[in-house]
Design a protein around this ligand. Structure first.
Ligand SMILES: Nc1nc2c(ncn2[C@@H]2O[C@H](COP(=O)(O)OP(=O)(O)OP(=O)(O)O)[C@@H](O)[C@H]2O)c(=O)[nH]1
Ligand SMILES: [Mg+2]
Length: 360
């Protein structure tokens, strides 16, 4: 009997540990918390009592104000994970006043750090309070309560010994929903059927539709690529581009605005196009469309990826393309997974370098 109890306890601890691991690995981009500013301290009722001062008069001090609650966008945060376990966030209360006219100490403000790009909503009012879209931005979300006055403050000519004081005011409280807008670090471009959606579904939890006909993807899809040690970056899959997109061919190129803010473009080439087109011509056609869209976009750092190498077992097509383009090409197969680990590590490195460069 006792043995069963121990086994159950071990099993329980093991399951608890497992669920915690899953929790940490899950990407949380939304959280709901309750925040409250500090209450003001109560005013004090007290009378001065000294040996040679009879009827010394009121000397009850005021209570201190409570702390306010702020949200601030901090640079080195990129998830809302910190809020997964803690639902109550409260600033300090003010201290009550005391005798000898002593004011109570004010409560400390609470500054809650969130990743840049966090939207702050009031749940009950269903209202967006603030979009903290830049590092350092700070906003006061709950105002603290004022401290109450002590009896000294109530003394008048007619009432020199007041026995009344004020209680501190309550601090404001709110139910807050935090929502983290993902901003893609890496954008996938390429002709239809190149395998962009297959790649994002291979390296993130995003599950866009994949099919062997062009223009399967009609809307941009974001996925979070997770690497070891909690490293992660955001990848955007967008609809395929074709020659003449700037004149409206295919789906046009309007959706390129979704990757205007990405740091890096990943250009996916189909190494064995079923229409027998030349991967180099396809590459040049897409580059031309990017130029037509915006010079800024075209100037972004580009990583060229040759996909579907499982269809090129001797590597001839990749070698050919390398020679013709005279650029670095990363071979992968989004279907077998070959080369994907190397590619995502490389992209992480480049995203990190680009982030560091803009922060300096
Ligand atoms: N053999 C092989 N087939 C692949 C590979 N990657 C993708 N495919 C196939 O290519 C076809 C198109 O893949 P998608 O991922 O839908 O291509 P896409 O670039 O997202 O296409 P659009 O959304 O139309 O722009 C599908 O039939 C995939 O199974 C690969 O590495 N090897
Ligand atoms: Mg697609």
């Amino acid at each position: 009997m006792e043995k069963d109890g121990i086994v159950n306890a071990i099993l329980f601890l093991y399951e608890d540990w497992l669920s915690r691991i899953e929790y940490r690995e899950m990407f949380i981009d939304e959280a709901q918390i309750w925040v409250k500013a500090g209450d003001g301290g109560n005013g004090c009722v007290s009378f001065r009592r000294e040996k040679f001062v009879p009827k010394g008069g009121p000397d009850g001090g005021d209570g201190g104000k409570g702390g306010d609650v702020y949200f601030q966008a901090a640079e080195n945060l990129d998830t809302l994970l910190d809020f997964a376990g803690g639902h109550h966030w409260q600033a300090q209360n003010g201290q009550p006043g005391s005798g000898s006219n002593k004011h109570g100490a004010a409560g400390d403000d609470l500054i809650i750090k969130v990743p840049p790009g966090t939207l702050i909503y009031d749940v009950d009012l269903n209202l967006l309070l603030k979009d903290l879209d830049k590092v350092g931005l700070k906003v006061c979300i709950c105002r603290s309560g004022k401290g109450g006055r002590g009896n000294k403050a109530f003394a008048t000519a007619t009432n020199q010994a007041p026995r009344n004081s004020e209680p501190g005011k309550k601090g404001q409280e709110r139910n807050i929903r935090l929502e983290l807008k993902l901003i893609a670090d890496v954008g996938l471009v390429g002709i239809p059927n190149a395998g962009k959606s297959t790649l994002i579904s291979r390296c993130s939890a995003a599950r866009p539709k994949i099919a062997d006909y062009p223009f399967t993807t009609l809307e941009p899809v974001l996925g979070i690529v997770e690497l070891s040690d909690f490293r992660r970056f955001v990848m955007a899959d967008i609809p395929g581009l074709i020659e003449g997109a700037h004149n409206g061919a295919g789906l046009g190129f309007e959706f390129l605005r979704h990757i205007e803010r990405t740091r890096i473009i990943v250009h996916i080439l189909d190494i064995m196009p079923t229409d027998d087109s030349d991967p180099m011509d396809n590459y040049n056609a897409i580059r031309n469309e990017l130029e037509q869209y915006s010079r800024e976009l075209a100037k972004k750092q580009e990583v060229i990826v040759a996909n579907k190498i499982d269809l090129d077992p001797d590597g001839k097509a990749v070698a050919d393309l390398r020679k013709k383009l005279n650029k670095t090409i990363y071979p992968i197969s989004a279907v077998t997974g070959s080369g994907i680990k190397e590619l995502t590590e490389l992209l992480w490195q480049k995203v990190k370098e680009a982030k560091n460069a803009t922060e300096q």
